[in-house]
Design a protein around this ligand. Structure first.
Ligand code: HEC
Length: 193
């Protein structure tokens, strides 16, 4: 009389499955801890220190040297311009003109400020190559910010033109306050009053 089918219905049932407490294999714990240590060393270890491809590579000394509250032209350039003109200021051949050794950058400061305030759309010659792209307008930036960017591009990568003051931006902004369109290429900029 041990036949299962002869038992009471309740007794014929198997027990409900039970998810018993099965801890992770300890080897997995060792592996995970190893990954955490390796990650920490990778991010903060000796090979990462001073490596410019890891985050912002500025040293504490450089940060302390930059007075607080002063607009940083290099930082603005990286954020707003380098995407097109590249961090090296060399641009992209045929598409984005170079700022290095460009007369538009190192020549008339007022004209440079106008390029930045209103942007350019139309053919313009830069170092012997004609570009016909679209340079966005930056008039939403403050006078101090445009001055800092202008000064940065005029004094880097071998460019050695004078600094641009926030007062000049204010003057140029008022002078062309009515303008809504971009400058129509190099010809209009050259004949700019
Ligand atoms: C979306 C891409 C783009 C961005 C962003 C951009 N530019 Fe330009 N820039 C251009 C193009 C394209 C031209 C050429 C316009 C043309 O052909 O009419 C140009 C032209 C110029 C010129 C005159 C030509 C030369 O190479 O000297 C200057 C100066 C300049 N840009 C500075 C800047 C600065 C400073 C910033 C950042 C505030 C900036 N640009 C952001 C695309 C860009």
């Amino acid at each position: 009389m041990t036949d299962r089918s002869r038992k009471q219905p309740r007794q014929r049932e198997y027990d409900d499955p039970d998810e018993s407490n099965r801890p992770l294999p300890w080897l997995f714990g060792v592996f995970a801890a190893g990954m955490v240590v390796w990650g920490g060393v990778y991010i903060m270890g000796p090979s990462a220190r001073g490596n410019p491809s890891f985050g912002d590579g500025r040293t504490l000394a450089a940060l302390e040297a930059a007075p607080a509250g002063v607009v940083d032209g290099a930082q603005l350039f990286t954020g707003k311009c380098a995407g097109c003109h590249q961090a090296t200021g060399q641009g992209v051949a045929g598409v984005f003109p170079p700022l290095v050794a460009s007369d538009w950058v190192t020549g008339s400061d007022a004209r440079l400020v106008q390029i930045l305030l209103h942007g350019v759309q139309g053919p313009m010659d830069v170092n012997g190559v004609t570009y016909n792209g679209l340079m966005p307008a930056w008039k939403s930036l403050s006078d101090e910010e445009i001055a800092a960017i202008s000064t940065y591009i005029r004094s880097n990568w071998g460019n050695a033109a004078s600094a641009v003051s926030a007062e000049l931006i204010a003057t140029e902004r008022t002078r062309t306050a009515d303008r809504t369109a971009s400058w129509n290429g190099g010809a209009e900029l050259e004949s700019m009053p």
